[in-house]
Ligand binder design. Structure first.
Ligand code: AMP
Length: 194
């Protein structure tokens, strides 16, 4: 089983690439942002709980995220691999992910990070806000999301570097170019594993 974490700041293009990778390799794409947005759209108790936090660009609690991921793993015990997109986002989530995977004798296989500079990110996020009408993409909220990334998510880079799981790919260029680089990095990793 291949457990890939697609890592990077908001606006790096994780969602687009995660869908393509999942399709190519036959793995299950898990976007915690999509899961949460769908709960909000359906007005479920969980959705009502997280709506304001998401709209402000803050992070939803670790406890809720861990619950969500536990249920994802239970429901998908038969897949060949996962592409995790937007999870883990804190050290606590990363540690809990290790615990959850270890229950089925699994580990994180690879963390692939998309590297995009901050100036480019803000531009991309503002364009996406206009195109998709995402409520969490106004300028102030974008700033919040980047601050959350710096304060809570960036420390995961060292966590995964220490485990020699971290690989970085330049995230600027055409979608296909970036996808090809990501795919060949995954292939490389698969052949090392064999
Ligand atoms: P995304 O689509 O991945 O950018 O996620 C959208 C929003 O969902 C984030 O800004 C957070 O409010 C929330 N969210 C998604 N994944 C997580 C996570 N792993 N931990 C905490 N909050 C999350």
């Amino acid at each position: 089983m291949f457990n890939l974490i697609l890592f990077g700041p908001p606006g790096a293009g994780k969602g687009t690439q995660a869908v393509k990778i999942a399709e190519k390799f036959g793995w299950k794409h898990v976007s915690t942002g999509d899961i949460l947005r769908s709960e909000v759209a359906q007005g479920t108790p969980l959705g009502l709980k997280v709506k304001a936090v998401m709209e402000a660009g803050h992070l939803v609690s670790d406890e809720l995220l861990i619950e969500i991921m536990e249920s994802v793993f239970v429901k998908n015990s038969d897949v060949k691999g996962f592409v995790l997109d937007g999870f883990p986002r804190t050290l606590k989530q990363a540690r809990e992910l290790d615990v959850m995977l270890s229950k089925s004798g699994q580990k994180v296989t690879l963390v692939l990070a998309l590297k995009v500079d901050e100036h480019e990110l803000v531009g991309r996020l503002l364009t996406r806000a206009l195109d998709q009408g995402r409520k969490d993409d106004t300028e102030e909220v974008i700033k919040n999301r980047l601050v959350q990334y710096h304060n809570h998510t960036k420390p995961l880079i060292d966590y995964y570097k220490e485990q020699k799981l971290f690989r970085e790919v330049y995230g600027v260029g055409s979608i296909e170019e970036i996808f090809n680089t990501l795919s060949s990095t995954i292939h490389e990793h698969q052949s090392i594993q064999k």
